[in-house]
Write a protein that binds this ligand. Structure first.
Ligand SMILES: [Zn+2]
Length: 369
């Protein structure tokens, strides 16, 4: 199974310039190869003796001419144009299989990115740095989450920020039935409900848990009134521990149902990486988070995905899934935690959690293309 982790980069000005240049080179190579592909395909149609275009042949062709025709390409890693042409080859493969439309020319400023193969970069995990050819070490906001064979890295721009998405192949442990392949889903883990899916489905938390929560409050109040270490205190404490365990089982059970359902139905699942530490400083929210078991959710989802072969795309913790309009993409900076309805200047009005789930689905799709 291949998992991807998208991490924000902390480039200096020189590195930003390099990223922009490398993205420009990748785009140029992609567009050049697409134009060549079309011309060579046309020529092949007219004269079948001429070969059909392939990404391998186009890469060789570009290599042979770039020194003379596009010398500026040499300023960035040779991987940028090479990987772009490999990606064009993959885009044609998907097109011929009927999985995607005909490859389009790339526009400047739209999905700026370039990719590097695993033999061309290295990670320093203790210092949270990635080494990029012709550039050197660039700082990462967080460390790589998965262990396994590193396959490739894609550096991309999102607004004014740069990210690197690192693909890691985990040990092959797929042994369950594959997902039904209903495509992509975004999952927003909620406070008022357990989860909201980008399909519009709302998964409510279990009701007994809410009832038990009342009981829990009563029990902990009664415990605090008892004299510490007295026999009554001990009894109350044991009762409380038992209740905690029961609640935790109920919670786990509803999460198992949710994660089973998700991994059975969808091949690509977009979720958020919650900054739990930051949220824990908010007392009220902290209890809800503990109740809903976000960590447990992620843990279950990841191991089930590993068994079924789903792709889990985890949005980085700075991705504004709640604040972004799922219709026009504008970011609403003044969205408050209490605002349950997302209202955008563009006229788009939607349930806050559904809007976030739809953004996570889009995020997951944007990673995979
Ligand atoms: Zn909007």
């Amino acid at each position: 199974m291949i998992l991807a982790h998208k991490i924000e980069l902390k480039p200096n000005n020189k590195q930003r310039t390099y990223f922009a240049k490398a993205s420009g080179t990748a785009r140029f190579a992609y567009n050049w190869a697409l134009a060549e592909w079309q011309a060579q395909y046309q020529a092949h149609q007219e004269n079948p003796a001429l070969p059909k275009p392939t990404q391998g042949a186009l890469r060789k062709q570009l290599n042979a001419i770039k020194r003379d025709e596009f010398p500026w390409m040499l300023e960035v890693t040779k991987n940028a144009p090479q990987m772009a042409i490999i990606q064009l080859g993959n885009a044609f493969k998907r097109f011929f299989k009927g999985e995607a439309g005909y490859p389009q020319f790339k526009k400047k400023g739209v999905h700026d990115s370039f990719s590097i193969s695993n033999d061309q970069f290295s990670l320093n995990e203790s210092l949270n740095q990635i080494r990029i050819p012709n550039l050197g070490w660039v700082r990462l906001r967080e460390s790589l989450r998965f262990n396994g064979k590193i396959l490739s890295a894609t550096v991309s721009r999102q607004a004014s920020k740069w990210f690197v998405s690192i693909s890691v192949e985990l040990d092959d442990v797929v042994h369950k039935r594959k997902a039904e392949n209903q495509g992509v889903v975004g999952v927003d883990l909620g406070i008022s409900s357990l989860a909201t899916l980008s399909t519009g489905e709302v998964v409510t938390g279990s009701k007994p848990l809410k009832k038990l929560l009342v009981k829990l409050k009563r029990l902990s109040r009664s415990l605090s009134r008892k004299q510490k270490a007295s026999s009554n205190w001990r009894k109350a404490k044991a009762k409380l521990a038992k209740l905690h365990a029961r609640m935790s089982n109920i919670r786990k059970d509803s999460l198992h149902k949710l994660t089973c359902d998700l991994t059975q139905r969808f091949s690509i699942i977009g979720i958020e990486d919650l900054n739990v530490k930051g949220m824990m400083s908010n007392g009220k929210l902290a209890r809800h988070i503990a109740d809903m078991g976000f960590y447990e959710f992620k843990r279950q989802l990841e191991y089930k995905a590993q068994m079924r072969g789903n792709l889990i795309v985890i949005a980085n913790r700075w991705y504004p899934s709640s604040k972004t309009c799922s219709s026009c993409g504008a970011i609403k900076q003044d969205l408050m935690l209490k605002d349950r309805i997302f209202q955008c200047q563009c006229g788009h009005t939607q349930d806050r959690d559904l809007n976030a789930a739809m953004n996570l689905a889009k995020y997951a799709v944007s990673y995979t293309v």
